[in-house]
Write a protein that binds this ligand. Structure first.
Ligand SMILES: Nc1ncnc2c1ncn2[C@@H]1O[C@H](COP(=O)(O)OP(=O)(O)OP(=O)(O)O)[C@@H](O)[C@H]1O
Ligand SMILES: [Mg+2]
Length: 257
């Protein structure tokens, strides 16, 4: 399943009838099995765009649709890793991950087994019965990732999934995600602030402008797979890193009024 958006704009309603235009006229297509990362300044509308893709929001104008899906299912299964508040505080680690299998007709024992395999992939074996408040922020984020991966959804929407991980764990998880993606080839839209991460993981990097977000550049990453962490030293990637850095024009978020 791929995703296509055409002329998408989104405005949030504000008090007193005002609106805040978060995205303006965004168009692009993610092909089935492609890994696309989205980078852009804070507040440019990246999370909003993922919520539109997940059909949690409806565009103010324009259209979002899935490609290569059977019939025209409005809500095919997508796995989502939210930037914040992704885990259920009242469920332990195992049950949080099993929740990702709610649409699967499996026995509880089979669900547990699959969930344990993904808990292991995110290096949380031993914490199955722990509750989120007993885990660090980075560990909670890994529970979140395991739940999205276990669902076997053909499409994953990931919003800064490694944002709260320490630098070393982040590298381990990047390597793990590369391995998982290279074996499963899901369609992934991946939001990150880390330019190196976007280049290491993705087939294409979309660079967004500050709010209202538009797509400023669509960059193909010409590095063969399988990739490894040290590919980041590749001279092509070094050039692309500066190119993206210059495109980002990081400055203050535009004021509300
Ligand atoms: N529920 C909301 N109501 C009103 N405005 C909102 C709401 N959610 C987000 N916004 C505004 O929409 C704009 C885009 O927000 P969004 O969360 O999509 O940005 P982002 O690119 O994900 O930023 P970050 O990199 O900091 O996560 C911001 O200016 C934000 O203030
Ligand atoms: Mg965000």
């Amino acid at each position: 399943m791929g995703i296509s958006c055409k002329g998408v704009s989104y405005s949030y309603p504000l008090p007193k009838g005002q609106t805040l235009t978060s995205l303006q006229n965004v168009s692009f297509t993610v092909e089935t099995g492609q890994f696309v990362s989205l980078v852009g300044p804070s507040g440019c509308g990246k999370s909003t765009l993922l919520k539109l893709f997940a059909k949690l929001l409806r565009p103010t104008s324009g259209t979002v649709h899935f490609t290569d899906v059977e019939a025209d299912s409005y809500r095919p299964e997508v796995g989502m890793v939210f930037q914040q508040h992704g885990v259920f505080p009242w469920l332990n680690v195992l049950d949080n991950v099993v929740f990702g299998l709610q649409r699967h007709p499996l026995s509880r024992a089979e669900k547990n087994e699959l969930a344990r395999a993904y808990i292991d992939r995110v290096h949380l074996t031993g914490f199955e019965t722990a509750y989120p408040h007993q885990l660090s922020g980075g560990m909670q984020q890994r529970v979140n990732i395991a739940r999205a991966l276990v669902s076997q959804a053909p499409t994953l929407l990931m919003d800064e999934p490694f944002g709260s991980l320490d630098a070393q764990t982040r590298l381990v998880m990047q390597e793990e995600l590369l391995t998982i993606w290279e074996s499963e080839r899901k369609t992934v839209v991946y939001v990150t602030h880390d330019i190196d991460e976007s280049l290491l993981l993705a087939d294409r990097v979309l660079v967004m402008s500050s709010r209202p977000g538009v797509i400023k550049a669509d960059i193909t990453v010409p590095i063969p797979r399988p990739r490894h962490l040290n590919d980041i030293e590749n001279s092509t990637l070094r050039e692309l890193r500066w190119h993206i850095w210059n495109l980002l024009e990081l400055k203050n978020e535009p004021r509300l009024t």
